[in-house]
Design a protein. Structure first.
Length: 730
């Protein structure tokens, strides 16, 4: 296996020093992100030794961060993306571009479905890095195997070994760890001057890649990525663990050169000029970076946005844990009351415990006087308050992170309607949709770079073999499609990855989409069949129209080839019919013989037709006159009926007024009757509002009269009392 063929250039000591300073500046620039990312990863796996935020809350922890990330991973990435490589413009007659897009789609789908494909793992790991530390990254790498048995085809300038024909070639997707990448300090991704990737090589790998002389200058002291062997004893690591060298692969966009550099080396290990010839030079897709600003291209993990809330929830969880442990049946008792102690330690069901000196025991208040329980009720009330506070903080967390209850599968409030839940799900998934679109754009960018490598390096025969396009109806367009793919100027095929193709499948939406497509096609076919029955010559036009409609649907490029073949056959059939000379039919001969007789009969029929037309006109005029008279009669009849109805309406109105007057009179009598009966029975007045009012006034009158009587009696009593009193002496 070898890297892409490229011409080597010279490297100087000045270049090595330059990149040493560049990488040192990048380390300083990325240090805050690396430190915080390590702590966020520790928080995810609950490694409290590295998570400083949880250092003082070691007793108990509610790791909602882990739960949220697992939910997002399951929601956003369920399966490999559905790739559709298509031309930019869906022109129905652009068969070479359509077939080229179909070939690229088949190659990508074939690579993804291979058992040794790493794309599923690469995308999952990159998505995890985006959600946890805040930076997800992957790159492409072109590889091939040479056929050493064949004759060399060329010898590259500066290379000692000749170049043999390729026995096999492939493009692989490679996951890049978030700590194994460096870039030039910049404000945005577009301003990056260079990007570097770290790899670990043992002595054998370094010698094979850079030669024995340069391999000797490397320092094989690394224990591997992330210091994974820090916990291994020194003796074991020295004798059993193979040491590695850290090598940086630096992609310089300014010069479009790739350099290999290692710390401690006086010279660059290697330099190649634009090995992959990609449009945007960098071999990696634009990274999925969290919480970027336009001031500094430095990711910041989503966890840091809500870390105070996470720590507050852990603090409340710790307090609840301590208080729950304190909720137990404990207390104190009098030291001389062994019976109380035996009752709790030895007592079982239906057993009595003997008590010495029963009289004294009763004088002291029995059990209540001998024992004092811990006030567990007060602790339970505190637990309840802390639980309410913790739930409030959890709701704040979901507001900040966007993890609504409908997305987490949690039941909504009781009584919520289906429409309310649907609206809540739509608005709750807005933030998730943004993440899904970012993930889809990342996968799309990565696959587009793979398509560019196919364009730049794959042999035409290899492209045809991998796409298996020769066994389809579009085999006739293979040469034109290959020419289009291999032409960098004319190549305009872009890979499209929809976010919903990787997320959890909504089967109802998928069925609805396909049903809509089939309904549109069946409706067009039904209408086109009716037109083709009467006008067979327009069938090719209808087929072209159907092809135009299919071009707008995703995944319909294969059917376009079948439609092209059907159109070609119809055109051949119509052309064959048009080339044949017309043959006279027996009907035409018979018409020629009977022509004279028909001409003679034509004059007679013309006269009959004129007379018939005159009689028909008179008949129509008479009929029209009769219809007019009928209309006048109907009009008079309708007027008379209208007068009768008006008179009837007036009578009904008079009758209604009379009934209303009688009803009013009856109501007046009833009101008088009700007023009389109100004095006898007060409860009957409740059934009628008017009588209730009369009763109320009657009660007021009686109350006033009683008051006056009471006042009169009081006055008489006062006079009588005054008379009985002796007059004061003067």
């Amino acid at each position: 296996m070898s890297d892409a063929p490229a011409q080597a250039t010279s490297a100087t000591t000045t270049d090595a020093q330059k990149w040493a300073m560049e990488l040192a500046a990048s380390d300083q620039f990325l240090e805050p992100f690396h430190d915080k990312g390590t702590k966020v990863v520790a928080a995810f796996v609950d490694d409290r030794a590295k998570d400083e935020g949880a250092a003082e809350f070691r007793a108990s922890r509610l790791n909602l961060f882990h739960a949220n990330i697992v939910t997002l991973l399951a929601l956003m990435y369920e399966k490999l993306p559905k790739v559709e490589a298509d031309r930019r413009f869906c022109d129905p007659n652009d068969d070479p571009a359509r077939v080229a897009g179909e070939m690229v789609t088949r190659i990508l789908a074939n690579d993804m479905n291979q058992s040794d494909s790493d794309l599923r793992t690469v995308l999952k790991q990159a998505l995890w890095d985006r959600l946890v530390p805040g930076l997800g990254l992957a790159r492409v790498r072109y590889c091939f195997e040479e056929d050493k048995q064949a004759k060399p085809v060329a010898t590259l300038e500066g290379e000692a070994e000749p170049l043999y024909p390729k026995a096999d070639e492939w493009c692989e997707e490679v996951y890049v760890h978030w700590r194994d990448v460096r870039w030039s300090p910049a404000r945005t991704y577009q301003e990056l001057r260079w990007v570097a990737f770290r790899s670990y090589m043992n002595r054998e790998q370094a010698t094979k890649r850079f030669g024995e002389e340069k391999a000797k200058s490397l320092s094989f002291t690394s224990k591997g990525p992330e210091k994974l062997l820090d916990g291994v004893s020194q003796a074991s690591s020295e004798t059993q663990i193979e040491r590695q060298a850290e090598v940086w692969e630096i992609w310089d966009k300014d010069t479009r050169n790739v350099h290999w550099w290692a710390k401690g080396c006086q010279d660059l290990l290697d330099t190649k000029a634009d090995p992959l010839k990609l449009d945007e030079f960098f071999p990696s897709a634009e990274p999925m970076a969290a919480n970027l600003t336009t001031s500094k291209f430095l990711p910041k993990a989503d966890f840091t946005i809500a870390q105070d809330i996470y720590h507050k929830i852990d603090e409340l969880e710790t307090r609840l844990s301590y208080l729950i442990d304190a909720c137990k049946a404990v207390g104190v008792y009098a030291g001389d009351s062994d019976a109380v102690k035996n009752m709790l330690q030895q007592g079982i069901e239906n057993q009595l415990i003997p008590v010495d000196n029963w009289a004294m025991y009763l004088e002291r208040g029995g059990i209540k006087g001998a024992i004092e329980w811990f006030p567990i009720q007060a602790v339970a009330e505190v637990i309840q308050l802390l639980t309410i506070q913790q739930q409030a903080w959890i709701q704040k967390l979901y507001q900040v992170t966007g993890m609504s209850d409908i997305l987490r599968g949690q039941a909504t409030a009781q009584g919520a309607t289906a429409t309310e839940q649907k609206i809540k799900a739509q608005f709750g998934s807005v933030r998730i949709s943004a993440l899904q679109n970012e993930f889809a754009a990342f996968a799309q960018d990565l696959l587009n770079k793979k398509v560019q490598i196919i364009r730049n390096f794959y042999d035409p025969a290899r492209i045809v073999e991998l796409s298996n396009i020769q066994n389809t109806p579009d085999a006739q367009h293979i040469d034109a499609a290959i020419a289009l793919i291999k032409d960098p100027e004319a190549f305009d095929i872009r890979v499209a990855v929809r976010s919903d193709s990787m997320a959890a499948v909504d089967m109802d939406a998928l069925k609805a989409e396909r049903a809509e497509f089939l309904q549109a096609v069946s409706q067009f076919v039904g209408q086109a069949t009716q037109v083709a029955t009467t006008m067979p010559e327009v069938v090719p036009f209808l087929m072209q129209l159907m092809k135009f409609g299919l071009a707008g649907y995703k995944g319909a490029s294969e059917m376009e080839g079948v439609v092209d073949q059907a159109i070609a056959k119809l055109e051949q059939q119509l052309a064959a019919k048009a080339s044949q000379p017309p043959q006279p039919s027996p009907e035409e001969k018979k018409l020629q013989m009977e022509g004279q007789l028909k001409q003679q009969e034509f004059g007679l029929k013309a006269q009959d037709m004129q007379q018939s037309a005159s009689l028909e006109a008179q008949k129509q005029q008479f009929t029209l006159q009769i219809e007019r008279e009928k209309f006048e009669l109907e009009k008079q009849k309708m007027q008379m009926e209208l007068m009768f109805k008006q008179r009837e309406l007036e009578l009904k109105m008079q009758e209604g007024q009379q009934k209303l007057a009688m009803q009013q009179a009856q109501n007046a009598q009833q009101m008088q009757h009700d007023e009389t009966m109100a004095e006898i029975d007060h409860e009957r007045a409740v059934n009628d509002g008017l009588r209730d009012m009369d009763s109320f006034f009657a009660e007021q009158d009686r109350a006033q009269e009683g008051f006056e009587n009471d006042q009169a009696r009081a006055d008489k009593a006062a006079e009588a009392e005054a008379k009985r009193r002796p007059e004061p002496k003067t």
